[in-house]
Design a protein around this ligand. Structure first.
Ligand code: SF4
Length: 268
């Protein structure tokens, strides 16, 4: 379905709870104020009120939505499974295979898949490649990790680097601390999305942290996309005044942060 997420065109939630809503399992500090869990608490938005902890409800894979990808003629970017982690431990391996098969059969479409569990993504993708006699993912499948601090970056990005894909990316949102020097991790990365946290009681994001990431991406020739400043942004230790709640109006970003690039050779 259409979305206001700035770096994609559509969200395709192919995994849902059988009786409505979605489910995921929180795994790291970036999940603390999970937007998807918040939506799931609201029956008005189709949620089932179950928290993203404990045991999953009965889940289904929307095979019909996957089948339709192959018939779509207008090229679009699809953020797949935005409400969960498609490489969660609870997701059957054959569902991941069916998803990848559907992407393979739809070369005009671009698929963006993000996980906080890159070890499962790596082994699942390698299994799928072996079963198709391929040594690399087709270039319409972009693989990414979500990361929020130095610790998760160090854990997840070296595993992402092992995935044989043309486009490997990070979504660094919510950015919870200064990541420091990330140049060694950028070597195997083609794209980086970054943003501060949004929503009530958001954790602070210092614009200097964002600037450091943008500068390092530019030096390493890695495309960078500043999604939002977040609801609790600081500049020079002072609260930064934004025009909207999430701080996503690019015209109001400090000029050096007005950067929204896509991976090289990809048309936005
Ligand atoms: S992995 Fe993503 S969707 Fe799942 S709980 Fe964490 S933030 Fe939410």
């Amino acid at each position: 379905m259409p979305t206001n997420i700035e770096w994609t065109d559509l969200t395709d939630n192919i995994i849902r709870a059988k009786d409505g809503g979605w489910w995921c399992q929180k795994i790291s500090p970036g999940c603390a104020k999970c937007y998807s869990e918040k939506l799931n608490q609201n029956t008005f938005f189709g949620g089932n009120k179950q928290p993203y902890t404990g045991q999953p409800p009965e889940l289904i894979l929307d095979t019909e939505a996957i089948r339709k990808w192959g018939f779509q003629t207008k090229p679009k970017k699809h953020f797949v499974a935005s409400m969960t982690d498609v490489f969660g431990e609870w997701v059957p391996r054959h569902w991941q295979r069916e998803m990848l098969d559907g992407m393979f059969a739809a070369p005009k479409q671009t698929f963006q898949i993000l996980t906080k569990r890159p070890e499962i993504m790596l082994s699942s993708i390698n299994e799928w490649l072996d079963s198709h006699g391929l040594d690399k993912l087709p270039n319409n499948i972009w693989t990414g990790v979500s990361t929020e601090n130095r610790h998760t970056l160090e854990q997840r990005s070296p595993i992402l680097a092992q995935i044989p894909a043309d486009i490997r990316f990070w979504s660094v949102e919510p950015l919870l601390e200064d990541l420091g020097n990330i140049s060694q991790f950028l070597k195997h990365t083609q794209w980086l999305i970054v943003g501060g946290e949004s929503g009530p009681n958001s954790r602070p994001c210092h614009l200097e942290w964002l600037q450091s990431i943008v500068d390092q991406c530019q030096s390493a020739d890695v495309s960078v996309f500043v999604k939002q400043l977040g609801a609790n942004a600081y500049l020079n230790e002072q609260q930064f005044q934004k025009s909207d709640k999430k701080g996503c109006d690019i015209a109001k970003f400090p000029t050096p942060l007005q950067v929204r690039e896509f991976p090289n050779s990809v048309v936005s």
